[in-house]
Design a protein around this ligand. Structure first.
Ligand code: FEO
Length: 394
């Protein structure tokens, strides 16, 4: 694939990771891309790079436009290796190149790649490239402490690095070249699985760029936003507040179907209250997809039978992942069946409490719940929902 011009003298020269299916445990069913951008001006500037194994792809794209040794600056908006992996090789080929990064970026890059020619910039600093310039905004924790954004005011392009990304491998480079629902679905999945713990930092980043006149957002993963900016900016504005809607996700695993029956009874209570409900089993749905379903869900109900005095490992894995991503403002409920010990429900509830969730009354049945018990469970959950229901429904 050739470089793709995104503005006069500015090109996408990144790498496409068609086979990637696992990114930190996140199922990337559409692969991903690592977007690097080349600005050809009096100072030739590369914004970000690629994972090391795609270095040659990127170098070939650059070489079709300009001699790699002529690169003056490499702007490293982020230390993580999916964007910095090619730095040692580019630094070797362009010995006079300066690596422009935040103070934390320089610390991190030194620990990854040793002493190179670093130029440290902070929020408010600007780099003159000739006809164009880059303004820098530090955005710590979106996604690591070192992150920053680079804005080119002359072209109105925001090089946003991880922010506004989507894990999509595609030969299309722009948001209007793919169905928008796919791009937004992947942007939501990316937010739910990577950015979710950092809502306050996203809020600060959105505020920092609110004064910029942005025509294009060029993230480091997925397609470039040139048409659907209102949708993605509006979604980030909503997601970063942890705003929820009256929606329920019922997550369960089961041994002999008793906890499955309970999941159905719990879901029925939400349906009776007019609340949109999704039932998922982590054996069938990847935990990263479950996170996408609950990005805006107010209710998260988790069920597990007791196995060896514990919950099922599939449910434990989901809860560990959920706790790490720390969604705020949720209501949780634990439920499950048991044969004798019956410890799973208290253990699930304890994890939901550690997530900071408000809790509805839990439910636990020995062996197989009959119709009467399931009806009672539905009635119990309906009563609990009323304590937490929001005025609006989906
Ligand atoms: Fe795409 Fe935080 O790296």
């Amino acid at each position: 694939m050739k470089p793709v011009q995104i503005a006069d003298g500015i090109y996408w020269v990144g790498g496409i990771d068609w086979r990637l299916r696992n990114f930190h445990g996140y199922l990337t069913q559409r692969g991903s891309s690592y977007n690097a951008y080349l600005i050809i001006d009096e100072k030739v500037t590369l914004v970000d790079s690629v994972k090391s194994y795609l270095t040659q792809d990127m170098l070939d794209r650059i070489a079709s436009l300009v001699d790699v040794s002529k690169i003056d600056y490499l702007v490293a908006n982020h230390v993580e290796m999916d964007h910095s992996g090619a730095i040692p090789e580019v630094a070797k080929l362009a010995p006079n190149m300066q690596i422009v990064c935040s103070p934390k970026g320089a610390e991190g890059l030194r620990m990854h790649y040793g002493e190179l020619n670093y130029k440290v910039v902070k929020t408010g600093d600007s780099l003159n490239l000739g006809k164009r310039s880059l303004n820098f905004v530090q955005t710590p924790m979106v996604h690591w402490p070192d992150n920053m954004l680079s804005f080119c005011p002359e072209e109105k392009i925001l090089f946003s690095n991880d922010a506004f990304g989507q894990h999509i491998a595609t030969s299309e480079r722009f948001d209007d070249e793919l169905p928008v629902h796919i791009v937004m679905e992947e942007a939501a999945k990316y937010y739910a699985n990577i950015v979710l713990p950092y809502g306050n930092q996203v809020k600060a980043a959105l505020s920092a760029v609110s004064g910029f006149e942005i025509k294009t957002i060029a993230p480091s993963h997925g397609v470039i936003w040139r048409k659907h900016l209102p949708e993605i900016l509006g979604s980030y504005t909503k997601w970063c507040t942890n705003e929820t809607v009256s929606k329920a996700v019922v997550v369960y695993d089961t041994m002999w179907d008793s906890t499955a029956k309970m999941a159905g009874a719990v879901a029925e209570a939400f349906e009776n209250c007019g609340i949109l409900t999704t039932i998922v089993n982590p054996q069938d749905s990847h935990i990263s997809d479950i996170m996408t379903s609950l990005l805006s869900a107010r209710f998260v109900c988790v069920g597990s039978p007791t196995l060896n005095n514990n919950m099922l490992p599939s449910v434990a894995a989901f809860l560990t992942y959920l706790k790490g991503l720390a969604p705020k403002g949720r209501v949780g409920m634990a439920f499950g069946s048991y044969g004798w010990g019956g410890q799973s429900v208290a253990l699930v509830e304890d994890e939901l409490r550690k997530c900071g969730f408000d809790l509805m009354q839990s439910a636990r049945f020995q062996y197989i719940p009959d119709g009467e018990k399931l009806a009672a469970l539905t009635a119990q959950v309906e009563e609990e929902i009323k304590k937490f229901i929001l005025p609006e429904t989906v």
